[in-house]
Design a protein around this ligand. Structure first.
Ligand SMILES: Cc1cc2nc3c(=O)[nH]c(=O)nc-3n(C[C@H](O)[C@H](O)[C@H](O)COP(=O)(O)OP(=O)(O)OC[C@H]3O[C@@H](n4cnc5c(N)ncnc54)[C@H](O)[C@@H]3O)c2cc1C
Length: 489
C-alpha cells in the first residue's frame, strides 16, 4: 500500500517535471537505473549549442532504455525529446524524411502515413521513444532492414563547440556515427529512407519449436516466442510470420482447429496471460499444462497498410486498444518487466533458447522466474552501421524478461550465453553493457569510434554512461552521489 502510494507520487512528480529545467530525476524504463541531476530542455538548436558550452552534459531521449545507458550522474542532462527540435519534412523526390531530435517514433510514423502514405522499413514495438534515441541504441524490429539505423542516409550533430557537423552515407565516419549509443551527441537531425505502405499476410501460430522451419517457409519476417517452462526438448512457441501478399500461399499454417479446441485454446491463453503477470510461481505449472494440452493453431490476417503496429499486432488498429490475442499476449511483458536483450548468430538461436530454459529452470529454488516468454526476433540480411547487431551476418535478437527485482539474474544468463557464444552482440539499450562485449564489437572499431569522438569533442564535456565508458576503456566512471559523498571516487 505504502509502496503503491510512493510509486504514484513519484510518477506524478516525474510528470510535473516534464518540460522544465532544474534538478529532477532521470530514470530508466522500469526505474532500475536513476539519478537526480540538473536537466535542461533545449528550446532550439542555438540554445542547445549554448548549453553544451556550459559544462559536462549528457543527452537523454525519452529515457526508455532499460539498461541505464541514458542515466549519467552528476552532469547536466539535455532532455532532447522534450525540446523544440521538432523538424519533420518529407522529400518526395528521394522518398526520405528529415526528423528532429524531439520527435517521437509515433509522431514520425503518423506524419508519414497521414501526409504522404509512407512508412518506416521497420521499428521496435513501442512508439513513444524519440526517433534519434531509438536509432542511437540500435532499436530493431524483425525481417528485412530490421535495424532502424540502417535506414539513415544523413545525420547532423553538434560538436563540442556547438557547431553543426553533417555526415552522409558513404562518408568514412558515417557508418560509425549512425549507431553510436550516445558517444556522438547531440544528434539534432536525421534523414531516413521510407517505403510505401503495403499490406502483408500475417500468420500467427501456436506450435512447437520443431515446426519452426516448416511454418516460416515463404515468410520475409519471423518473430517467435518460447514459453520457457514448457518441454525443453521441444518447447511450445508462438510464431508470427509475415509474407508479401503475392506469396501468401507459401506461408504454412496449422489447419483450423476442429470442434471447440480453438475456442478452448483462446480461453486458456487469455486467462494464462492475466495470471502470468501476477503469479510467477504458478507460471511453470501453467506452462506445463499448456504443454500437455499440445495446442496447435494458426490465425491468418491480411494487415492494414495504414496500421502503425502491424509488426507486433497484425489486426487492424493499435494493440493498446484491444484485448490480448496470441500475438498481442507476447508483448505485454515488455511493459511490465525488466527486459534484457542480446543478439546471437541466427542459426544458434534455438540452441541458445534451450540453454536459457535449462539454466532458468535450475534457478527456481532460488525464487527466480523468467516472465512468460523468451522472445526471438529474426534479423536476416546485414546492415550498414558498424555497431548494428547484424553488421556481419544475420542474427536473432533474444529478449528475456523478469520481475524488476530479478534483473540481475538476467545479467547472469547473458554472461553465461556469452561464455558459449563469443559472437554475442549487445543491444545498446537493453544489454548489460561491459568490456566483455569488446571482442564481438571488435576493439579496432571501438577505437575508431573513440577517435571520432575525440576529434569532435576535444573539450571532453560530452559524458556517456559509466558502463559504456568502462566498455570503451575511457576512464573511470563518474562519481555518483554515494561514491562522491563516501569519498570513494
Ligand atoms: C516498452 C518498450 C519497448 C521497447 N521495444 C523495443 C523493440 O521492440 N526493439 C528494440 O530494439 N528496442 C526496444 N526498446 C528499447 C528502446 O527502443 C531503446 O532503448 C531506445 O533507445 C529508447 O529511446 P529513447 O528515446 O527513450 O532513448 P534514451 O533511452 O533516452 O537514450 C538512449 C541513448 O540514446 C542517446 N541519445 C538520446 N537522444 C540523443 C540525441 N539526440 N543525440 C545523441 N544521442 C542521443 C542517449 O544518450 C542514450 O545513450 C523498447 C523499450 C521500451 C521501454
Amino acid at each position: 500500500m505504502i509502496a503503491l502510494y510512493r510509486r504514484t507520487m513519484r510518477k506524478r512528480a516525474d510528470a510535473r517535471a516534464v518540460g522544465t529545467d532544474g534538478k529532477r530525476w532521470v530514470r530508466s524504463w522500469i526505474n532500475v537505473y536513476r539519478t537526480e541531476t540538473e536537466a535542461r530542455v533545449p528550446a532550439d538548436e542555438g540554445g542547445l549549442g549554448r548549453l553544451i558550452g556550459e559544462g559536462l552534459y549528457s543527452c537523454v531521449g525519452k529515457s526508455h532504455s532499460y539498461n541505464g545507458v541514458q542515466v549519467v550522474p552528476g552532469v547536466t542532462a539535455m532532455m532532447m525529446r522534450e525540446g523544440g527540435l521538432t523538424t519533420l519534412s518529407y522529400d518526395p523526390a528521394t522518398g526520405t524524411v528529415r526528423v528532429g531530435a524531439s520527435v517521437s517514433v509515433r509522431e514520425l510514423k503518423t506524419y508519414l502515413r497521414d501526409e504522404h502514405g509512407r512508412g518506416l522499413f521497420n521499428s521496435g514495438n513501442y512508439m513513444e521513444q524519440s526517433v534519434i534515441g531509438a536509432l542511437a541504441t540500435g532499436t530493431h524490429g524483425f525481417g528485412p532492414r530490421a535495424v532502424m539505423a540502417d535506414s539513415i542516409v544523413e545525420l547532423t550533430f553538434l560538436d563540442g563547440a556547438g557547431k553543426r557537423v553533417t555526415l552522409k552515407r558513404g562518408d568514412p565516419d558515417f557508418r560509425y556515427v549512425a549507431l553510436s549509443f550516445g558517444t556522438i551527441a547531440p544528434i539534432i537531425e536525421l534523414v531516413l529512407e521510407t517505403k510505401p505502405l503495403e499490406p502483408y499476410v500475417s500468420v500467427s501460430s501456436m506450435s512447437r519449436l520443431s515446426k519452426l522451419d516448416e511454418l516460416k517457409q515463404g515468410a520475409i519476417a519471423a518473430n517467435w516466442a518460447v514459453m520457457p517452462y514448457t518441454d525443453p526438448e521441444d518447447p511450445v512457441i508462438m510464431l508470427h510470420a509475415l509474407a508479401e501478399c503475392h506469396e501468401a500461399e507459401k506461408l504454412q499454417a496449422h489447419p483450423e482447429p476442429k470442434g471447440g479446441s480453438g475456442k478452448f485454446a483462446a480461453w486458456v491463453l487469455k486467462r494464462y496471460y492475466a495470471l502470468d503477470r501476477f503469479l510467477p510461481a504458478l507460471r511453470r505449472p501453467m506452462q506445463r499444462f499448456i504443454d500437455w494440452l499440445d495446442l496447435k493453431q494458426s490465425e491468418r490476417v491480411i494487415t492494414d497498410p495504414g496500421d502503425l503496429d502491424y509488426l507486433y499486432d497484425p489486426k487492424p488498429g493499435l494493440k493498446e486498444n484491444r484485448a490480448p490475442s496470441i500475438t498481442r499476449g507476447l508483448f505485454s511483458t515488455t511493459y511490465t518487466g525488466y527486459n534484457l536483450a542480446f543478439f546471437v548468430p541466427l542459426e544458434r538461436a534455438p540452441a541458445v533458447v534451450k540453454f536459457i530454459m535449462r539454466e532458468a529452470d535450475a534457478l527456481r529454488d532460488l525464487g527466480f522466474y523468467l516472465k512468460g516468454i523468451i522472445s526471438v526476433r529474426e534479423l536476416p540480411g546485414t546492415a550498414g552501421p558498424v555497431f548494428a547487431a547484424n553488421a556481419h551476418w544475420p542474427v536473432a535478437a533474444i529478449d528475456l524478461f523478469a520481475d524488476p527485482r530479478d534483473y540481475a539474474w538476467l545479467e547472469r544468463l547473458q554472461r553465461l550465453v556469452m561464455h558459449y557464444e563469443p559472437a554475442t552482440r549487445p543491444h545498446f539499450g537493453k544489454s548489460a553493457l561491459g568490456p566483455d562485449f569488446c571482442s564481438a564489437l571488435d576493439d579496432s572499431h571501438l577505437a575508431e569510434l573513440m577517435r571520432i569522438h575525440r576529434q569532435h569533442y576535444p573539450q571532453g564535456r560530452l559524458m556517456f554512461s559509466e558502463r559504456v565508458r568502462t566498455m570503451l576503456g575511457v576512464g573511470r566512471p563518474l562519481p555518483g552521489e554515494s561514491a562522491a559523498d563516501a569519498g570513494f571516487a
